[in-house]
Ligand binder design. Structure first.
Ligand code: HEM
Length: 211
C-alpha cells in the first residue's frame, strides 16, 4: 500500500494559541534590554550589550498533507542601547508539530543567510534546545557565497527557557569558521524577554469564530 501523503487531518482546531505546546508562553510582543552579543572582529571577539523587541504572532494552522503544524511568525529588531540603527534583525517562524513533539525555528537574517533548527520537547516543557547543522538536507544552514567563504556558519544552537514569572530567555551559539582561523568562533547571543508590551493577536481563523 502506498503511503497517503495528501489527506489532511480533520477536524483541525483552528485556535492556534490553544495548540502551541511549549511555544505558548512566547506569544505576544516582548522587549528585553539585557542582551549580550559576542561577535567576530578583526582583532578578536567583541562583546556588545543590546536591546531587543520581538513580536511573535500566531498564524493559522498549516497542513502539509497529513502533517499539522501550529506556529508563531516572528520579527526581532535589535539595537545597541540608546541607539536607533539596526544592529541585528531576524524574521521567521517558530513551529510546533503536536504529533511528534517537534519544535522548529526558521531564521532569516539580512546578511544573505537562512537556517532551520529543530528539537524535541513535551507540550509543557519549560526548556528546549534546537539545532541546525550546515551540510544536512534537513535542519540545515544556507549562506550566500561571501559568507560561505569568509564566515561559514557550521552550527547553530538555541536554548529557550520559560521562566517561572512568565518571562522567557534564550541563549544561542552560532559557530563560525572564519577564513584564515584554525579554531571555530563562537558568536553567542543571549537575552531575557522580561517586558511584555502586548498580548498576541489571535490567528485570522480564530478571530473569525463566533465568541
Ligand atoms: C541576537 C542575535 C545576533 C546579533 C545581535 C548579531 C550581531 C552580529 C553583528 C553585529 C555582527 C557583525 C560583526 C561586525 O563585523 O561588526 C555579526 C556577524 C555575523 N553574524 Fe550575527 N548576530 C546575531 C545572531 C546571528 C545568527 C542567529 C546568525 C546565523 C545563524 C548570525 C550570523 C552571523 C555571521 C555569519 C556573521 C559574520 C559576518 C560578518 O562579520 O561580516 N548571527 N552578528
Amino acid at each position: 500500500m502506498t503511503r497517503d501523503i495528501y489527506t489532511e487531518p480533520s477536524p483541525v482546531d483552528v485556535d492556534t494559541l490553544a495548540n502551541l505546546g511549549p511555544l505558548r508562553p512566547l506569544a505576544g510582543v516582548w522587549q528585553g534590554s539585557r542582551g549580550l552579543d559576542v561577535k567576530p572582529k578583526a582583532e578578536g571577539p567583541k562583546k556588545q550589550a543590546y536591546v531587543e523587541r520581538i513580536e511573535l504572532q500566531p498564524i493559522d494552522p498549516v497542513t502539509n498533507g497529513p502533517q499539522l503544524l501550529y506556529g508563531l511568525r516572528y520579527y526581532t529588531h535589535i539595537t545597541k542601547p540608546d541607539n536607533v540603527k539596526t544592529y541585528h534583525e531576524q524574521v521567521g517562524y517558530w513551529l510546533w508539530e503536536p504529533a511528534t513533539g517537534t519544535v522548529m525555528h526558521t531564521l532569516t537574517i539580512p546578511r544573505g543567510q537562512v537556517a532551520m533548527a529543530a528539537g524535541s520537547a513535551s507540550p509543557d516543557a519549560t526548556e528546549f534546545t534546537l539545532k541546525a547543522t550546515q551540510g544536512l538536507e534537513t535542519w540545515g544552514i544556507c549562506s550566500a557565497p561571501f559568507l560561505q567563504e569568509a564566515f561559514r556558519t557550521t552550527d547553530f544552537i538555541i536554548k529557550v527557557a520559560i521562566n517561572a514569572d512568565g518571562t522567557w530567555s534564550y541563549e544561542e551559539d552560532t559557530v563560525l569558521q572564519i577564513l584564515g582561523q584554525e579554531e571555530p568562533f563562537h558568536h553567542t547571543d543571549r537575552n531575557l524577554l522580561n517586558v511584555k508590551l502586548a498580548e498576541p493577536t489571535p490567528n485570522p481563523l480564530a478571530r473569525g469564530l463566533p465568541r
